[in-house]
Design a protein around this ligand. Structure first.
Ligand code: KG4
Ligand code: ZN
Length: 337
């Protein structure tokens, strides 16, 4: 079954054709990084306009690359929540147009569900149930994936997302947007014990995260050094900070696996590209006999192939939308919308 998938939830305009939820026939991603870089972050108004300008060409390119006509498709899947509302609306309305014009079923896909589904493409043998650590620019969740369309959130951030915490620290160190990947590259080979950071404690839940204290402490450290005219070793600082952030993610995830008695761990979202997180999890999971699934690097960030993967399972579960479908800026991963 071939699905055309559209993604426009933040600052990437993407289209893909995916077969049976697991095989990429084409995947095109048009990044808006250069459009937002001078502002140091995503400007929602600019993001919507860029999506509107680009989405037609990106979709045509995906269809051309897959060498298919619209008649060859069996459904159109689109990210409808959560994300920037103006950005989501562009993709949702575009997908509705194609579904209507080609008489195809429309499938609404939750963005975080699709990040998890990226792993079905990278690992054809992967099946639920498993625990997923979902870490992106806007979300940090530990999720029990009971089956392809049934989710239970076990832990979540109480404040900033992990990606946000990395991006803000990167920005304070003068690195360009989006900071996470730049921080990762800059900190390679740095000493993760050179600087110590507080270990955030969250009252009431052993599985929830808090990153705002960590972020504040790195910003304060940089301010104090600037006031005293001291120069800090940014490579060591970046390495230590990434160690502290990944410590929180890893500790809570392992705790969640013990509590749920799961032996499969899936990592998803933009931060799953982080080399420190990947390496540390590989070592820990090997020693604990946990099966670890990481998405291939090309599927860590936002893309439409993952939407096609999750769209396939939503379609099979009978989750078909109609032309009344609306975009939602926020929606829990458990909800169908
Ligand atoms: O999933 P994603 O592409 O977009 C959202 O849905 O938010 O995630 C973007 C986040 C950003 O915070 C970005 O800095 C972070 O993923 N990111 C990284 C790396 N690559 C992207 N963070 C750490 N290390 C990386 N290599
Ligand atoms: Zn994302």
């Amino acid at each position: 079954m071939k699905i055309l998938a559209i993604e426009s939830s933040c600052d990437d305009t993407a289209a893909a054709v995916v077969e049976d939820g697991r095989k990429i026939l084409s995947s095109i991603v048009a990044s808006q990084i250069t459009d937002h870089q001078m502002y140091g972050g995503v400007v929602p108004e600019i993001a919507s306009r860029c999506h509107a300008q680009t989405i037609g060409a990106v979709t045509e390119a995906a269809m051309r690359k897959a060498a298919l006509d619209y008649d060859d498709l069996e459904a159109v899947a689109v990210t409808f929540a959560p994300g920037l509302i103006g950005s989501l609306l562009v993709g949702v309305n575009f997908a509705k147009g194609i579904a209507y014009a080609s008489s195809l079923p429309l499938v609404a896909v939750h963005h975080l569900r699709s990040h998890i589904a990226a792993n079905y493409i990278t690992h054809p043998e992967l099946t639920p149930p498993f625990v997923a650590l979902v870490v992106s620019g806007g979300h940090s969740h530990i999720v029990l994936v009971k089956d392809y369309t049934t989710f239970e959130v076990l832990g979540r951030t109480r404040d900033d997302a992990a990606g946000e915490a990395l991006d803000k620290a990167a920005r304070a160190m003068g690195l360009p947007y989006p900071g996470g990947a730049h921080l990762d590259a800059m900190a390679k080979g740095g000493d993760p014990r050179a600087f110590s950071f507080p270990h955030p404690h969250v009252d009431g839940s052993a599985l929830d995260f808090s990153f705002s204290g960590l972020k504040t402490s790195v910003v304060n450290l940089l301010h104090r050094a600037a006031q005293k005219g001291e120069t800090l070793d940014y490579r060591d600082l970046g390495a230590s900070y990434q160690w502290a952030v990944t410590d929180c993610l890893i500790q809570n995830t392992l705790r969640a696996m013990e509590l749920t008695n799961q032996k499969k761990l899936v990592v998803a979202g933009g931060v799953s590209a982080n080399s420190v997180l990947r390496e540390r999890l590989q070592t820990i999971c090997r020693s604990r006999k946990i099966e670890l699934y990481l998405p291939q690097l090309s599927l860590c960030g936002d893309n439409a192939a993952m939407v096609g993967a999750q769209g396939y399972y939503e379609y099979r579960a009978g989750n078909i939308a109609n032309l009344l479908l609306n975009a939602r800026a926020s929606l829990a991963i458990e909800d169908r919308g």
